[in-house]
Ligand binder design. Structure first.
Ligand SMILES: [Zn+2]
Length: 258
């Protein structure tokens, strides 16, 4: 029997209408683009693991209750199929089968289904957890307490670390103070980096542009270089978090990405 990560699935979680300059600092301000939201399912010999929990499924029927004023500012497009609980069924799993959740960060479009995962550890950086509960006011809007103030079992990380054989978190602050990326190595040796919002679009990497939406543009820039360096060193493929062109080309559940 192989140990570690056996398969990776992409679980689509809807689309956002968003200003391009939120992802690319000062670029094409006012130009709206479509940004996919998705979770990643890692089939692991110790049990299935999820990276990020997408948009709040309550928003399908009651967008204002789910997201407040943000429902109009960044308009989510979400169907009932985009609920992570429904996507898990496509590979024969339910919420209770999940052994661990890794959150890249605690923004609303990555924690939407968090309240359903009270049975397993939720791996997040201590700096992110602390900031989410008491954010600086000028960047507090993407942290929605109704998404993360639930009796979940947070497992707080202080920097980089191995969270399961073949799965490491790498602290990549900038977009948020405690943002982390996830490095995954499959049993066959192939490696992937899921950078979360440290690299939302491939253009952040190719044009070396930090995000518009940051707590620190300098840290965001440094994290970008750190991930690029790791991808070369480890021969790992980077999968940006909100890039429609990349998303459309990827195999999605029920097909495996790898
Ligand atoms: Zn974010």
């Amino acid at each position: 029997m192989t140990m570690g990560v056996e398969k990776i699935y992409i679980l689509p979680g809807g689309l956002l209408d968003i200003d391009r300059s939120i992802f690319l600092s000062s670029v094409d301000m006012g130009q709206m683009i479509k940004a996919p939201v998705y979770s990643v399912l890692l089939m692991h010999s110790q049990g299935p693991i999820l990276i990020d929990l997408g948009l709040n499924p309550d928003g399908v029927k009651e967008p204002t209750r789910a997201w407040g004023a943000r429902a109009k500012l960044i308009k989510p497009h979400l169907s009932e199929d985009d609920d992570v609980r429904e996507r898990l069924k496509e590979v024969g799993l339910s919420v209770l089968d999940i052994k661990m959740v890794i959150l890249t960060h605690m923004h609303w479009d990555h924690t939407g289904a968090l309240r359903f995962f009270t049975h397993c550890p939720i791996v997040v950086q201590r700096d992110e957890h602390r900031f989410a509960f008491s954010p600086d006011p000028f960047i507090s809007a993407p942290y929605m307490p109704n998404h993360f103030q639930h009796p979940v079992n947070y497992k707080l990380m202080d920097g980089d670390g191995l969270v399961a054989p073949g799965i490491s978190v790498i602290k990549t602050p900038g977009h948020t103070p405690g943002h982390q990326s996830v490095l995954v190595r499959l049993a066959d040796g192939k490696a992937y980096i899921f950078p979360g919002d440290a690299i939302p679009l491939m253009e952040n990497l190719t044009r070396k542009i930090p995000l518009g939406n940051v707590c620190s543009a300098k840290q965001s820039f440094e994290s970008l270089y750190r991930l690029e360096h790791l991808s070369h060193l480890l021969d790992a493929t980077i999968i940006p978090s909100h890039d429609l062109a990349v998303f459309e080309k990827m195999d999605k559940v029920p097909e495996a990405l790898a």
